[in-house]
Design a protein around this ligand. Structure first.
Ligand code: FE2
Length: 129
């Protein structure tokens, strides 16, 4: 079995697990660019001790060559507390924003992990002018 056989995808408007990448289509070379990754923006994913998005990874595949990891975001707060899994004081929402500088065009790849429903992916091309 290969990783590609177990990573799921889908339409983010109806599937609450798909990471949505927010980034400009065209960017200037070597200048700071904000990239956001959100899970469940329109259709919120549960965020409880029993069922939550645990991490997000953002990767970059240049037009030529190997893949680079840009960010690894661990989402650690899911409502845990002394009184139980829904009574805690804090929740980490499944959202991340990172700033990168690109020297080459390529594809941004986002991977998210739900503790019950596994791995989900999405991608977005980004062109350096
Ligand atoms: Fe889930």
């Amino acid at each position: 079995m290969k990783l590609s056989e177990v990573v799921r995808s889908g339409d983010w408007k109806s599937e609450k697990h798909v990471p949505v990448i927010e980034a400009p289509e065209n960017v200037p070379a070597d200048q700071p660019v904000e990239i956001g990754v959100t899970i469940g923006a329109d259709n919120p994913h549960p965020n409880t001790a029993e069922h939550h998005i645990r991490w997000i990874k953002l990767l970059f595949q240049p037009t030529d060559g190997f893949t680079f990891e840009l960010a690894d975001i661990q989402l650690a707060g899911h409502g845990e507390g002394l009184k139980g899994g829904h009574e805690g004081p804090v929740y980490t929402d499944p959202f991340a924003k990172v700033t990168v500088r690109l020297k080459q065009s390529g594809t941004l790849l986002a991977l998210s992990y739900c503790n019950i429903h596994g791995l989900w992916e999405n991608s977005k091309t980004i062109t350096v002018n």
